[in-house]
Design a protein around this ligand. Sequence first.
Ligand code: ADP
Length: 343
Amino acid sequence: MFEKARLKLTAYYLAIIMLVSILFSAAIYYSITNEFRRFERMQIRYEQDISEDQVIIPPPDTGRNLIFRVGKPDPAVIRAARTRILLTLAFINLGIFGLAGALGYFLAGRTLRPIKKMVDEQNRFITDASHELRTPLTSLRTEIEVALREDNLTDKEARKIMESNLEEVVSLQALSDSLIELAQNGKLINRNNFENIELSDILNIAVKKVEPQAKKKGILIQKKIGSFEVFGIKDRLTEVFVILLDNAVKYSTSKKDIKISTTKDKDKVIVDIIDHGIGIEKEDLTHIFDRFYRSDKSRSKTNGYGLGLSIAKKIIESHNGTISVESVVGKQTKFSVVLDIIT
Ligand code: ADP
C-alpha cells in the first residue's frame, strides 16, 4: 500500500514538474523562432534598401574596407537551427523527467514516512490489543462452557464460577479502559484544560488510593512531599502517580516500605518513587515504557497488561515532563518524574 501511494505521489510530482517544464520549453521555442522570423524580415528589408548585394563597412582604424555579403538567409540553415533547438529542449526535458522522477520518488518516500509509521503503529496496537483480549476471553468462555456441561452444579460451585468470571470481566474492563485511554490520549490531554495544581495534593490522593493494597502486604508508604505548583490536568497527573505507586506495591515483597519524595532542581521538581521489590533486569529497562511490555518475572508473578507505564509516559510527556527508571535487581527500583514548577 505504501509503495503504491509513493508511486502515485511521484507521478503527481512528475506531472506538475513536466507540465511546467514543457510550457517553459514551448515558450522558449516560440520566442526563439519568432526572433528567427524577425531576423529574416529585417534581412529582406535591408536587402531592398541597398542596391548592391554587398555592404562595405570601413573600420575607423585600419583604413581598409571589410566586405560582407548580404543576401536572403538560407531557409535550410534556419530549419537546421530550429531542429537543433528542438532537440536541445527535448533533451533538457528528458533530463528533467529523469531527475524529477528520482527526486519525486525520494521526496514522496519522505512525505509518506510519518504516515507509514503511524499506520504501522496502529496495526501493531490492534494486533497487540486483540492478543491481550483473547486470553481472558478464552478463559471466561471455557469456564462458562464447563459449568454449562455440568448437570449437578451446586449453588456453591456456581457462585465460585461466577466470582471467577467477575474477576475476568473486571480485568477485561480495566484493559478496555486502558486501551481507550491509550488510543485517545492525544484528545484527553487538551492544553486548554491545564490549570495550576498543588503537586502535594495529587501525590497525597495517589498515596491514599494505593494504601489499601499496600496495607494488605504490610507495606508502609513513606512520604517526604514538599509544596510545589505545577501546570497540568489534575486527574491525568494523579493517574500517573497511582500507576507508579501501584506498581511499586505490586512488584514489592511483603513488608518492604515504599518511599515517595519530592526534590527541587532549579525550575523543576523531581518526584521519586522508590521500592525494594523484585527490581527490573537491565535488558527490560529500555522496554518497560513500551505498550504491552512485561518482564518475564512479572508475567509469572502478577496480573497486568503492560499498559500502565506507557500511559504514564504519554501523560508526562504531554505535560512537557520526563519519566525515567533506575533499578538494581532484587534491591531497589526508582521511578523519577520531572515536571516544571510554576514560579
Ligand atoms: P503492568 O504492571 O500491568 O505489567 P506496566 O506498564 O505498569 O504494566 O509495567 C510494565 C512492566 O514494567 C511490568 O510488567 C514490570 O515488568 C515492570 N515494572 C514496572 N514497575 C516496576 C517496579 N516498580 N518494579 C519492578 N518491575 C516493574
